[in-house]
Design a protein around this ligand. Structure first.
Ligand code: PMP
Length: 373
């Protein structure tokens, strides 16, 4: 473990060390089972206990009521782009005849809409692409355009945290009662949610909840109940609701890690309120550096929508960016390169990034800035 770096990757991202240690210790043999989690049937009592515990932990942490199902699916966030729409709009959707509103606040929301369009009619209700997705609608960001919502929409889809641009909704957009469908892939479990505001939340696990391979869906059962049985079996939420995510062989190892991560959250923090507080503190350390040198570290997100998970900023030139990134690497601060569509640097600081990692980055940023005179 002394060779481990502070890895600021946007995902797959750092996992908590105690989770990795437990997975290592149990790799050859799960206690009392006589085999590894990789080798047992998904219908064995040992695995059923694991998936039930993962679900129970998520229900506890997020306060998910019984009228919502929690599903463990494959296909990543990207399959959900289409699957949410296919279950709700278009010829096979539960709300056939209606269209869906999309808030485009970053690259992922844009891709979500492009996929949804293949399932049924969609509308743009907000689009900040003209300013390279640096803001949210008013009232979140002052001076920004307002949402243009269809009161009869089947749902409003939004991306609560845009991983690439580092733009995050501080709270849910007000849709006046139209169900919210939310891509929470990059900030799931970073704070408490009022689940009753949502029709459906999906999140690939490989940023905040576990490893790649599993995508968690929290869905209000009656919202999708009327989806057509003509949907492909795997792509119908009702299949997985009926079969407790065991219709096909689920990604067993990934679900096991989600169980360990949720246990770690409860042991380390108690609840998601404490997790949120910790994340605000961590992100605050970096945004303070940006605010102290706004001409040197140029933040991408406008005030009012800065992400607690992905801090995206540019430096004044490509040469300085390269020097910054290579100096960081020498200090074991890795994977800080920004996405090519934004440039610069991006520090992804999900739940598992310890505050010591953020402090080390903060210290380096201050030092690098002062070295430039
Ligand atoms: N949505 C968001 C917000 C993401 O950050 C990502 C992955 N970076 C995805 C969707 C796509 O997830 P996947 O690669 O699991 O399909």
């Amino acid at each position: 473990t002394d060779q481990r770096v502070f890895n600021f990757s946007a995902g797959p991202a750092m996992l908590p060390l105690p989770v990795l240690e437990q997975a290592r210790d149990e790799m050859l043999c799960l206690p009392g089972v006589g085999a590894s989690v990789l080798e047992i049937s998904h219908r064995s009592p040992a695995f059923i206990a694991i998936i039930e515990a993962a679900e129970a932990n998520l229900r506890t942490l997020l306060g998910v009521p019984d009228d919502y199902a929690i599903l463990f699916l494959q296909g990543g966030g990207r399959l959900q782009f289409w699957m949410t729409a296919a279950n709700l709009i278009g010829d096979l959707g539960a709300q056939k005849g209606k269209s869906a509103d999309y808030l485009l606040t970053g690259s992922w929301g844009k891709q979500a809409m492009a996929e949804a369009k293949k399932a049924g009619p969609v509308r743009v209700a907000y689009d900040s692409s003209a300013t390279n997705f640096d803001r949210l609608p008013a009232p979140f960001c002052e001076g920004a355009a307002k949402m243009d919502l269809d009161p009869d929409a089947a749902y409003v889809h939004y991306t609560c945290n845009e991983t690439i641009q580092g733009v995050q909704f501080p709270t849910e957009p007000d849709t006046g009662g139209v169900p919210l469908v939310c891509d929470a892939s990059s900030d799931f479990l970073h704070k408490p949610l009022d689940i009753s505001k949502y029709g459906l939340i999906y999140a690939c696990a490989q940023k905040n909840a576990g490893p790649a391979g599993v995508t968690i869906v929290v869905v209000k059962k009656d919202l999708v109940a009327n989806a057509s049985p003509d949907l492909p079996v795997y792509c119908n939420y009702n299949t997985h609701i009926a079969d407790n995510s065991l219709n096909n062989t689920p990604p067993t190892f990934s679900i096991y890690i989600v169980k360990l991560v949720t246990e770690w959250l409860m042991q380390e923090f108690g609840d998601l309120k404490a997790v949120h507080h910790h994340n605000q503190k961590k992100a605050g350390l970096l945004y303070d550096v940006l605010d102290a040198s706004p001409d040197f570290y140029i933040g991408h997100a406008q005030p009012g929508c800065r992400s607690l998970m992905n801090v995206a900023f540019r430096l004044p030139s490509d040469d300085l960016t390269d020097a910054f990134l290579s100096g960081a690497k020498k200090r074991n601060l890795t994977d800080l390169k920004g996405h090519r569509s934004v440039g610069g640097a991006r520090a992804s600081i999900y739940n598992a990034m310890p505050i010591e990692g953020v402090e080390a980055l903060r210290d380096y940023m201050v030092e690098f800035r002062s070295e430039q005179g």
